[in-house]
Design a protein around this ligand. Structure first.
Ligand code: ATP
Ligand code: MG
Length: 331
């Protein structure tokens, strides 16, 4: 069975961008692939060094969100990165295969530095995608469902795998990325990416009234002043969300048509979007509440999954050291 590895940083609650970018694919593919879903807590150190005290709570929130969208711990292995020391060991080997200028060319590095106003990146931030390569290749995964922003990381991963395999022999697969049906979801403010650090998110666990309020404040066509003005649908976040989440396709087509011809007000378009989002989120919120009420569930899932993932990691590291002919490699 082919393998998937993907995951998220435990930096807060899951949002609509995570869902369409990656989570939906995970749920769909968990029957076809052997899946490993990683809680990347070591990766939070690259940007949240002062907030390590929040990680434990964020880990719990993340797992509850995963379960709420339909990730099934009986099918997929859910595990915590920091409990697998072999990953950081493999990271070191990989770090020696990547030049500094190559690591600096990763576009997300510039994006993160800009968004978080970081003047000089730490060696850790620079190495973010190398640690990610170690995560994926530790279980020798074939496919990595991620949002568009992560594609450049998977490209680097393939270079690392090729370089290692050429130097030492074929140990690692050249894993492919798989982006979701909306590779990058815009934020409620119209910025290119929905992201917690940009404060433009709708969380999967937001209550209905919060969803309504966020939708009311959404960015639309700035050139349209009155309901009778013809409006632009393309690239308009409200319509992007309608198309991504509204199950009533006829309603969306009708709103688009009336918007283009100046026959509908923003209030109606947004009211129908909030209703559609709440229809989509209701079952997710319900499942989340159910899992939240089960004491010990999250810890059990993480500990069982980590034991499984660690066995894979140990085997892969053994194969890598053996191929490299390190002293006692393969022991
Ligand atoms: P945030 O900035 O909100 O914390 P993030 O990008 O840091 O989000 P990660 O935990 O790093 O979130 O990424 C989780 C997964 O979700 C990645 O595969 C990422 O590509 C995807 N993702 C995150 N935001 C979006 C978005 N707006 N659209 C599509 N995919 C997204
Ligand atoms: Mg994040």
């Amino acid at each position: 069975m082919k393998r998937i590895l993907t995951g998220d940083r435990p930096t807060g609650k899951g949002h609509l961008g995570h869902y369409v970018g990656s989570w939906e694919n995970r749920v769909k593919l968990q029957d076809e692939y052997e899946c490993f879903f990683l809680i990347a807590d070591l990766h939070t150190l690259t940007t949240a060094l002062e907030r390590t005290g929040n990680v434990a709570e964020n880990v719990r929130d993340l797992v509850l969100d995963w379960l709420a969208v339909g990730i099934d711990p009986n099918k997929a292995t859910i595990y915590l990165q920091s409990l697998i020391p072999e990953v950081t060991e493999l990271f070191w080997i990989f770090a020696c295969l990547v030049t500094v200028p190559r690591a600096q060319r990763i576009p997300t590095l510039k994006d993160v530095m800009r968004d978080l106003e970081i003047e000089e990146p730490s060696v850790g931030l620079l190495s973010y995608p190398i640690l990610q390569a170690a995560d994926v290749l530790m279980v020798r995964a074939d496919l990595v469902p991620v949002g568009r922003d992560q594609e450049s990381h998977i490209e680097l991963l393939r270079e690392i795998a090729r370089r290692f395999n050429r130097l030492y022999g074929p140990v690692f697969p050249e894993a492919q990325s798989l982006t979701g049906r909306v590779p990058t979801l815009v934020g409620t403010d119209g910025q290119a990416k929905m992201s917690k650090s940009l404060n433009n998110t709708i969380f999967l666990s937001d209550p209905p009234d919060v969803v309504e309020q966020k939708v009311r404040g959404m960015y639309t066509d700035p050139k349209r002043l009155r309901a009778t003005d013809p409006g632009t649908v393309e690239g308009n976040p409200v319509f992007i969300y309608h198309n991504a989440f509204n199950d009533n396709v006829d309603e969306v087509r009708d709103l688009e048509e009336r918007y283009r011809t100046g026959r509908v007000g923003d209030v109606e378009v947004k009211r129908k979007l909030a209703a559609a989002l709440n229809r989509f989120l209701d079952p997710i919120r319900e499942r989340r509440a159910k899992f939240e009420a089960m004491p010990g569930l999250v810890d059990e899932i993480i500990l069982a999954g980590t034991a499984r993932a660690r066995a894979e990691a140990q085997e892969t590291l053994r194969l890598a050291k053996e191929a490299m002919r390190l002293p006692y490699g393969g022991v």
